[in-house]
Design a protein around this ligand. Sequence first.
Ligand code: SF4
Length: 415
Amino acid sequence: MKETGRTQAVVAVGCLAERYGKTLADQLPEADAVLGFDSYADMSNNLQRILDGEKPQAHVPRDRRTLLPIAPAARAGKANTVSLPGHSQPAAELADVAPASGPPVMRARLDGRPWAPLKIASGCDRRCSFCAIPMFRGSFVSRRPHEIITEAAWLAERGVKEVFLVSENTTSYGKDLGDLRLLEQMLPDLSALEGIERVRVSYLQPAEIRPDLLDAMASIPGVLPYYDISFQHASGPLLRKMRRFGDRESFLSLIEQVRSRVPEAGIRTNIIVGFPGETEADFAEVKLFIEQARLDVVGVFGYSDEDGTEAEGYGEKHDADTIASRVAELTSLAEELNAQRAAERIGTTISVLIEEIDEESGEIVGRAEQQGPDVDGVTLLDLQDFAEPVSVGDIVSATVTDSEGVDLIASLKTD
Ligand code: SF4
């Protein structure tokens, strides 16, 4: 509504803009510009030029892995020469200090939610054959701990109680900074920040999970019993075609290692079905894994070709009907097992972060420690249980009384 409304220009940014550049611009003639990651460092000037009537050329995408050295340790001194969305800009990086007025990256809070994602790294050095992410996000680069901690403190000052550490591969954190244990060292500092009650770690790559990391996650106060492990499949031969490690038995053993440390752990994963060459035996193997693993949440996705990936060139592709039918079958099984897992929590005590309060219906929506934001179900409480006033951002203790799918119904614990 540029002609009649307040909007003066439409600019496409983000992963799609970076990945497709000029191709996207050709398909979106209504957009005034399509800007890639390299435009971010000078974004306000770029936007001003667009408002002044300039029409910048859409960039031609390139494989961003080529922008930094292959050896992770050689990247640290060069990372500030590449535009990395969500990382500090070169000037702040060189000065090695955060701007006094705010976090080291430009960040605004558009909502009053009591949790916030907090980026700890960009890119990925793995080469899963179905995945295009490394091509447009580039090589793995960690943000420096002081930058992350400063941003977490800034979020805490704005009412955030839970920080959700995100990256493409959190288990790689620190390897380019010369210390693979940097995450374990940073977690206590994050959870000790005034106002931060919960630190949620996400996107663990099963091939890189170390016992030390599991020990740290299990023992550092404030780090949640939440394990987001992307298995993607469970058949060994198929995982090799995906260029991934592991198989059903090694994954079950990993899950056992988590549960032996944290029996109440919430564990989620994603599975791709219908990958090229997936046999009936492979599919049976992943179903068996889901039955045996008893996970809290399983996201099931049907395979589709991603431009420029190795798997795009594979033979033995399944037709759309086969993929849809495998997605439906595994989804139905996963939903049933995830619901059973939620029901197993009935009678347990949970800690709930309050996220919404509906005064009219009397319903309170929150999340237990095992439930990640947006995708893992919620916990429902009854406002009538509360003798004292309650606010969004409060953390309360509750007893699970029932479940609906992956959602938990709980009553306030009063003793
Ligand atoms: S699926 Fe994950 S680990 Fe594999 S290449 Fe993509 S981002 Fe990296």
